[in-house]
Design a protein around this ligand. Structure first.
Ligand SMILES: NC(=O)c1ccc[n+]([C@@H]2O[C@H](COP(=O)([O-])OP(=O)(O)OC[C@H]3O[C@@H](n4cnc5c(N)ncnc54)[C@H](OP(=O)(O)O)[C@@H]3O)[C@@H](O)[C@H]2O)c1
Length: 378
């Protein structure tokens, strides 16, 4: 179950160098490194960013598809463990997970993969969906006792004693965010969560949560395909000094150019349920892919690298988490860090994006109800 109910040369690579060195050390001798102390955003090397008080690699890796891709294919588990380790060796230290990914399986895969270098990476997980015995999602829940049980289960599956960044996956419209902050605060006091964040929250809930217990990050959909949070959440995270983690930064693969008018989504593939992928809307939205391709030609890059580089250029508080099950794609995404824009280029690209009106909704109505929700009054 998912929470959406699913080449360039070596000169570009090696930019994410800090962890590459650590990765080589781990490969050589099983060395476990302690996390570096928090630094100010301005003092960081180009390959590192701060999410609130949490230092991460400038690009993360989403592991949601590692149990089953959008198209219902089941990737080989050993390959996924190897892919996560390759990501680490090439400089990625920020890995995004959730109990609902699988459910549960992705936490096990991630835990196994990072075991040799646990202390040198930052892992996230999320609570907040009501997962039935059959693995289906019955709704959202942030019942305080349930949060504690969920986190204990996540820690067990991840094989660790703490989560670096613990998110509420969706706001529970029946539980005041102050109560959620209370339980998460206890888990933080116990050292089981080092930082916390919210995913797809409304702006008032973000403010109230941060006032109770400062947040490190908000995670929400953000990409050249979906820019809704520029209006309501990003101004607030910036005012509060909270980081922003764009999920689906490649538009669920659309911005890579891998989806065209002939693509038929497999049954169960979430993308086939979204109206923005209806044939009529898709045709209109292909203008985004054309734009990414034009800029890729201009910058000697790939469309997916333009999509990631544009997001990273939005500010040092942004850490995208593209998902991949393919090691060539992983390296391609890492290489996006070396694509940069001058101020004039960024303004040009952004105004070309502004001119494209994306057609259709990003999720079915049932899922949209959970997005941007506000918690009830305390
Ligand atoms: N908080 C939330 O509610 C929420 C919701 C959705 C996602 N997320 C998080 O965000 C992460 C990323 O989202 P996502 O994976 O759904 O969407 P995404 O990163 O926008 O796109 C992933 C898709 O793009 C393909 N892809 C990746 N790199 C590529 C490349 N270089 N060239 C061609 N195709 C490429 C992947 O296929 P291959 O596997 O073949 O590379 C996959 O089909 C998830 O893993 C999860 O951690 C969070």
């Amino acid at each position: 179950m998912t929470d959406h109910p699913t080449p360039t040369g070596p000169s570009r690579r090696g930019l994410l160098t800090g962890a590459a060195v650590a990765g080589a050390a781990v490969a050589a001798g099983g060395l476990a490194l302690r996390p570096t102390p928090a630094r100010a955003q301005g003092n960081l090397p180009a390959d590192r960013r701060m999410l609130g008080g949490l230092e991460t690699s400038a690009l993360g890796l989403g592991v949601q598809n590692m149990h089953r891709t959008f198209t219902t294919l089941v990737p080989d588990r050993d390959d996924m463990v190897a892919l996560i380790r390759t990501a680490y060796e090439e400089g990625i230290t920020f890995f995004d997970c959730a109990e609902v990914y699988g459910p549960y399986t992705c936490e096990e895969i991630l835990g196994e993969a990072i075991a040799p270098f646990r202390d040198a990476v930052q892992i996230t997980t999320k609570f907040g969906f009501d997962i039935g015995d059959d693995g289906g999602i019955a709704g959202v829940t942030s019942d305080p006792a349930g949060i504690r049980a969920a986190v204990e289960g996540s820690l067990r599956r991840l094989g660790t004693d703490r989560v670096d960044l613990l998110y509420q996956h969706r706001v529970d419209p029946t539980v005041p965010i102050e109560e959620v902050a209370g339980v998460v605060g206890e888990l933080m006091d116990e050292g089981k969560a080092l930082h916390w964040g919210l995913s797809e929250c409304g702006p008032e809930t973000l403010r109230r949560a941060h006032a109770e217990r400062p947040l490190a990050a908000v995670q929400s959909e953000y990409s050249m395909l979906y820019r809704g949070r520029e209006a309501d959440i990003l101004p607030v995270t910036r005012e509060l000094g909270v980081g922003f983690v764009p999920f689906a930064p490649l538009g669920y693969g659309f911005l890579t150019g891998a989806i065209d008018m002939a693509t038929a989504f497999a049954p169960g593939d979430f993308r086939g349920w979204t109206s923005r992928m209806d044939l009529e809307n898709r045709e209109a939205n292909m203008a985004l892919v054309d734009l990414a391709r034009d800029w890729a030609a201009r910058k000697d890059a790939e469309p997916e690298q333009i999509a990631l580089a544009w997001l990273m250029a939005q500010g040092p508080d942004i850490v995208p988490i593209p998902g991949t099950t393919n090691v060539t794609h992983l390296r391609d995404n890492i290489d996006a860090a070396s694509v940069s824009f001058t101020d004039a280029e960024l303004a040009d690209l952004t105004s070309a994006l502004d001119a494209i009106e994306v057609q259709g909704e990003r999720a079915p109505a049932m899922v949209m109800e959970w997005n941007g929700a506000e918690a009830p009054d305390a």
